[in-house]
Design a protein around this ligand. Sequence first.
Ligand SMILES: *[C@@H]1O[C@H](CO)[C@@H](O)[C@H](O)[C@H]1NC(C)=O
Ligand SMILES: *[C@@H]1O[C@H](CO)[C@@H](O)[C@H](O)[C@H]1NC(C)=O
Ligand SMILES: *[C@@H]1O[C@H](CO)[C@@H](O)[C@H](O)[C@H]1NC(C)=O
Ligand SMILES: *[C@@H]1O[C@H](CO)[C@@H](O)[C@H](O)[C@H]1NC(C)=O
Ligand SMILES: *[C@@H]1O[C@H](CO)[C@@H](O)[C@H](O)[C@H]1NC(C)=O
Ligand SMILES: *[C@@H]1O[C@H](CO)[C@@H](O)[C@H](O)[C@H]1NC(C)=O
Ligand SMILES: *[C@@H]1O[C@H](CO)[C@@H](O)[C@H](O)[C@H]1NC(C)=O
Ligand SMILES: *[C@@H]1O[C@H](CO)[C@@H](O)[C@H](O)[C@H]1NC(C)=O
Length: 876
Amino acid sequence: MAVSIARLSFEHHREALGIGESQPRISWRFAGNASNWEQSSYDLEVSRSGQTNSYSTNSSNSLFVPWPDKPLGSAEAAKARVRAHGGTQQSSTPWSDWVAVETGLLNPEDWSGSVPIAADRDYDVNAPKQPIYFRKEFVTSDEVASARLYITSLGLYEAYINGDRVGDAVLAPGWQSFNYRHVYDTYDVTDSIKKGQNAIGVTVGEGWFLGRIAWSGRNYWGDNLGLQVLLTVTTKDGKKTAVPTDDSWAASTGPILSSEIYDGETYDSRLESAIEGWNKPSFNGSNWVGVKSLSPVKGHLMSPDGPPVRKIEERQLEKVFKSASGKTLVDFGQNLVGWLHLNVQGPAGTNITIHHAEVLEKGELALAPLRAAKATDTVILHGKGPQTWEPTFTFHGFRYIQIDGWPEETPLDGKAVKAIVVHSDIEQTGWFQCSNALLNKFHNNVQWSTKGNFLSISTDCPQRDERLGWTGDAHAFGPTANFLYNTGGFWRGWHRDMWSEMQRRGSMRVPFFVPTVPPDSDDPGAAVWSDVAVGGPWDLFRFYGDKGMLAEQLPQSKAWIDTGLPRNEVGLWKRDAFQFGDWLDPKAPPEDPGAATTAKALVADAYLIRMTELLANMSSALGDEASENSYRSKHATLRKEFAQAWITNGSSLANRTQTAYALALHFDLLPSDDGASPSSKTKNGATGGNRAAAAATLRQIVAENDYLVGTGFAGTPALGPALQGAGASEDFYSMLLQTKVPSWLYQVVMNGTTTWERWDSMLPDGTVNTGTMTSFNHYAFGAVADWIHATIGGLAPAEPGWTVVAVEPIPGGGITSAGARFISPYGEITSSWWIDSAGFHLKLSVPPNAKARVKLPRGAISTLVGSGLHEFQEEY
Ligand SMILES: *[C@@H]1O[C@H](CO)[C@@H](O)[C@H](O)[C@H]1NC(C)=O
Ligand SMILES: *[C@@H]1O[C@H](CO)[C@@H](O)[C@H](O)[C@H]1NC(C)=O
Ligand SMILES: *[C@@H]1O[C@H](CO)[C@@H](O)[C@H](O)[C@H]1NC(C)=O
Ligand SMILES: *[C@@H]1O[C@H](CO)[C@@H](O)[C@H](O)[C@H]1NC(C)=O
Ligand SMILES: *[C@@H]1O[C@H](CO)[C@@H](O)[C@H](O)[C@H]1NC(C)=O
Ligand SMILES: *[C@@H]1O[C@H](CO)[C@@H](O)[C@H](O)[C@H]1NC(C)=O
Ligand SMILES: *[C@@H]1O[C@H](CO)[C@@H](O)[C@H](O)[C@H]1NC(C)=O
Ligand SMILES: *[C@@H]1O[C@H](CO)[C@@H](O)[C@H](O)[C@H]1NC(C)=O
């Protein structure tokens, strides 16, 4: 088929069951290799309640087109399909498959009297809370036509109906700023409910809601484990039954003695018999306690924007061995996030205790980097034969485990122990490979750090007593994440929370991390970190082309820059404001990662100017000319003030550092050569001028530093683009392929399987960097992969939403071939190039309704090409 519809989708949902939008916008991706195919019109069909309506629209738009039918009601199902027509002489696509969409409970009253409930029992508020098992039986009068479970918890839940696990989400409903947004999930449970007696059972553990989070404290959003459910059943006889949580439910504890995010789970299988059949009908619950209703949840009950957390893959063990001190260790060969799956048999009461760690030090688990997170699971066997076990309400970041107390009855091998990899089920959309094996391994490590840190929210680290939604890390890494995975819905929810937190504070300061803990905390915000309120929405717009979402997020971007950001008398950053600055500059002392070689205020001002430019461009994209002009004029003024404050002689930055020069070049901060009005016309003015002088200085700094990295969080993403913009991409290749510390590949030659928090989290002698802030799974420095995708892979968005793809590969570093693949909003884009005796060759495939701007390495001009397969060649 030369052109067809690969996928139709609603808003940013991967599956559109239980969505919150009554008029979900529709997008479709294309497949096929048709040449220069452009959509001229499309037909949408919407079918609901047995009636189908057709709509034809003359438009080239295939992204986020308006819902054509009347709005959906609460819990209303429909399906839609699309057919697109090309231009004159061009074919049409066949109809797409029908794709189902269904709304959740759009209004509070749709919850039919369901209230949050808790077990009626005494408990110690200040201790870890033992997970609670809730149950309720109900009767249906006939075979089931349709049934839905709407569910959330004060804590984390896992639900069963008649003994069947409901859905496959884990750690649901995830983590939100619960005082503002409390996610509920929707499941189709039609097949689990039968005529007659049924039972629903749900376990609830503390999770983020009331568990121990951050460095001190627990009970941040509540102090009791709660559950809120509405089960709706329509039977074939037409009757509707609602089973809400109310005071008719029963509660108990069970074999999960404790299950905490940082500290792990303790599970006593001997207690299973006491609750056997608890989630099925006809269970004798006479020794269960009653429940009491709690006040309504504080946040708005909202359906999720992004996909749930799931068990995504399994990892076999690579090695079982003894540590120096005789402990039994297991190596999974990959630092990952998730938990163990055990398949074991042994005497009743056997106590198997598992410690998790990312690295070994002196032949033992290195536990110090976990700080106060115990990351320990304990399972007590029931002794009645083989049993399987996985923890329920915790997760760990680990490559190695230590197992104590393993029973002799079971060989400790790959059948007995495997690792389960867990993360938000975002769709993988990006791939990269090249002829350099170390770089491929590095890219693989970047991907593993993405998996490990995209767990409900984007976290800085997944293993120690932290795992917070740090804004600075997300800002640096956004473009890389957006290439590797479809993160539109994932970030959309997070930005909703950010906006709620900003409004709560009134100051419009963007918190260091979102959700904030404690929930009422009021940190001062900081450049780069808080700037994600601008950079995040901008990167989302570049990748997904969703103007509606941009309009939804622009108020937070403006509020931060216009109101939240503290300024000095000339409009730059207030000089005594708190800053992280170029955090983790490799020359900063290990115990003071903020003591970078570039002035904090210089970094902050540079970012402020960039954010002001982005605000102008975002306003322009939304057609708000007045707003655009206002930010353009502020931008011009701030550039002058920056030059005044930080630049001498037109091109000398106050600090002679990689970060200062990289930011000045990449953010276009150097004054034009006449010294008067700074103008972006100097951009790419490679000959002469301040830009060329600054570029020469940056190259010199880099060479003097032996092509080792000299940047922290703020400078790292700018380094590649700055050198490339100065025509010095070969210098950046030298840095990228450097293997001495500090560099990106140092971690690879040190056998790292994820990217690290510090350039030298592990020192060359194999010891863990002193100081307790040392994670082996931090994605921030992996932000360089954005440059790798664009410049080695040759794929970047030239226009928002990848309407036009920038294909501008620049070979270097002795790499002789490379390729990248990206599933864009229009469909799949692939590029691959290689160099042989005949020269440079490029193969490119562009999806229908998109275009590519191609510039070959030696070529002076770019060519605009339409969809289809293209081949290029030049002497090299
Ligand atoms: C385009 O796709 C069709 C169907 O898959 C295939 O038969 C054809 O060979 C492709 N054309 C090119 C130039 O690859
Ligand atoms: C769409 O374009 C076709 C062909 O140009 C025209 O006949 C038709 O009226 C247009 N439809 C609408 C709704 O504008
Ligand atoms: C339920 O169990 C209790 C003891 O826990 C027992 O007294 C009672 O008879 C049982 N009920 C049924 C119906 O089996
Ligand atoms: C299991 O053994 C560990 C020591 O290996 C001990 O700390 C823990 O208390 C034991 N757990 C139980 C539930 O007996
Ligand atoms: C950077 O430049 C500023 C301004 O000249 C100077 O005060 C500062 O000491 C320099 N170095 C650092 C690490 O801030
Ligand atoms: C912002 O818009 C201006 C004017 O169109 C353009 O020159 C500049 O490259 C844009 N900046 C970014 C970061 O895209
Ligand atoms: C600025 O440029 C002038 C003229 O080239 C030179 O004499 C002076 O030393 C430079 N100052 C600095 C700080 O580089
Ligand atoms: C990396 O792994 C290789 C192969 O297992 C091993 O020989 C080497 O010592 C390891 N290097 C470090 C720094 O651990």
